[in-house]
Design a protein around this ligand. Structure first.
Ligand code: C5P
Length: 398
């Protein structure tokens, strides 16, 4: 519930602005007061009349509106809220925020506020992927700006990929989390993600095809429910999510050390694709061909099983331990056996045969194996799998 909470909602000029109307409704249903601010571009997409009617509030628009300055100056306006939310946060608004520009009411409020700011980016996939936007994003993250989304999906412009604004209920969850109110508020969740790299020599390594996408989506979903997330990640292809504590590692051994250092946790989720073996005779210098035609022989040693190690802890075992199982055959039978063998509570199993396109792809089809049996979920975007799983974790810890 958000009763008595005040949200200053900056609506940027993008097609996703229509979703902000629904966001206002959802926030008010939960008891929040919403003070809307429209940029000039936003008025091309939604009208001040509809925004004001839904918010039941005056809509703030121009910086040099003398009446407003007399009633409530822009500095005061930026400080009376409990949280400032920017939805949609366009590429332009993000650039202004990152650069500290203040040339209209929205950007001035964002520079003047002493409250936390949550952005819900929305833009075309190429604009999102552009190095300038990614630079701005990194700057905003370093400035402590919170973020929800964007999601992958079909976009209004006809393209597919990251850039769709998070759905209103996801933004509500992120707002609740930012205000310390999600169902996982006060809980610590430890999450591993990505592949590991096991060195052969200083320049070569053994890796796997895990992109880290499912782990990153899960980290975002857990944080959106208010969890404090420690995100231990191998060298993944996708960036870590906003709002989590990131610990970067390379090898399985380093991952185990980082996991042990992050405990205690209420729940631990092992989404990383950890190499089962490391090279025991890794060379200290780069291996070279010696002209004899003989190939070097690598000797493998088994890596520690991080999931099994944490599952079997006698003292300090997280209340819920979840493993993943990437299988190419007999998914259910293997996952069921794996749950017992590793001693974890749940296994999230998926079929990673190349034909499924799951490893490195944007969708996932999982079977959740618990002590009560197995349930197979439909094929869903990894973001959606993450949200469902995070909700189940919240339910288990409730
Ligand atoms: O045995 P398998 O590698 O299929 O098990 C997968 C699960 O175990 C995943 O949750 C993975 O993160 C975890 N695991 C681990 N440490 C290892 C190998 C796997 O934590 N050395």
């Amino acid at each position: 519930m958000l009763a008595g909470r005040r949200v200053l909602l900056v609506i940027g000029g993008g097609i996703a602005a229509y979703k902000s109307l629904d966001l206002i409704r959802r926030l008010r249903e939960r008891g929040a007061a919403v003070v809307p601010v429209l940029t000039r571009a936003a008025e091309e997409f939604v009208t001040p009349l509809s925004v004001g009617a839904l918010a039941g509030q005056k809509v703030y628009r121009a910086l040099f509106d003398l009446t407003d300055e007399a009633e409530m100056g822009h500095i005061q306006l930026s400080r009376t809220a409990d949280l400032v939310v920017v939805a949609p946060a366009t590429a332009d608004l993000m650039a202004k925020m990152a650069g500290g520009q203040a040339d209209d009411l929205a950007s001035t409020l964002l520079l003047a506020t002493d409250k936390r700011v949550l952005i819900a980016p929305a833009m075309n996939v190429r604009m999102w992927n552009h190095p300038a936007t990614q630079r701005n994003l990194a700057t905003l993250a370093a400035d402590g700006i919170l973020r929800v989304g964007p999601n992958d999906g079909d976009m209004a412009c006809g393209e597919y990929g990251p850039g769709r604004m998070a759905e209103p209920l996801e933004i509500v969850a992120a707002i609740e989390a930012a205000l310390g109110q999600g169902p996982l508020a006060g809980r610590h969740v430890l999450l591993t993600s990505g592949p590991t790299h096991e060195p052969i020599d200083p320049v070569r390594y053994i890796a796997n095809r895990s992109s880290g996408a499912q782990g990153a989506a899960l980290g975002a979903a857990l944080a959106a429910l208010g969890a404090r997330v420690t995100f231990v990640t191998g060298p993944a292809a996708v960036p870590p999510p906003a709002g989590v504590t990131v610990v970067k590692v390379e090898t399985a051994a380093q991952m185990l050390t980082a996991v042990q250092a992050a405990l205690p946790a209420d729940a631990a989720v092992f989404a990383a694709a950890v190499a089962d073996w490391r090279v025991a005779n890794a060379a200290a210098s780069k291996m070279k061909k010696d002209g004899s035609g003989r190939a070097p022989a690598l000797v493998f040693a088994e890596n520690p099983d991080i999931l099994a190690t944490v599952s079997r802890l006698v003292e300090g075992r997280p209340r819920l331990v979840v493993g993943f199982a990437a299988e190419t055959d007999d998914v259910l039978a293997n996952a069921t056996a794996k749950r017992l063998r590793k001693g974890c509570d749940w296994i999230v199993a998926n079929d990673v045969r190349p034909a499924t396109g799951i490893m490195g792809g944007v969708e996932n089809e999982v079977t959740l194996v618990t002590a009560d049996g197995a349930e197979t979920w439909p094929r869903l975007a990894k973001d959606e799998v993450a949200r469902r799983l995070a909700a189940r974790i919240a339910g288990a810890l409730a």
